[in-house]
Design a binder for this molecule. Sequence first.
Ligand code: HEC
Length: 123
Amino acid sequence: MFSRIVLVVLFASLASSALALDGDPAAGKIIFQRICQNCHSPEIGINKVGPSLWNVVGRQPAAVPDYAYSDSMKNNKATWSAAALDAYIADPRGDVHGVKMYFKGLADGKERADVVAYLSTLK
Ligand code: HEC
């Protein structure tokens, strides 16, 4: 009985960490094109309502030249890690630095993992 509970707990934590790390870039690309691309280009040098998201994973926030970021985004010093992106996309306006992004966010953790996996391919 006890070992079965341990196994269930172990499996649950493995499954949730897999969700955070192993998104599906192909699925993420479709979500990006459906939702994010209204405001963001995946290509370098193209800013729309939002800045280009080319090479965003691992870079500093507000690093795209010629884009007028909000002051809160300029003051955000947390590198765009997968975890930081996940938290931002989950609730862009609840987050302190999300004031300018008029987007309610992606509630589904699997969809966020997929989008972040796709963003990781933009290099
Ligand atoms: C309605 C327009 C809109 C949509 C939809 C949108 N964004 Fe944004 N996004 C913005 C704006 C505007 C900013 C600039 C925010 C600021 O300066 O505070 C931004 C900023 C960002 C940044 C920070 C970029 C940097 O250079 O630091 C990331 C990352 C981001 N968005 C990801 C996404 C993702 C992923 C999606 C889709 C799930 C998405 N956004 C959907 C408008 C949008």
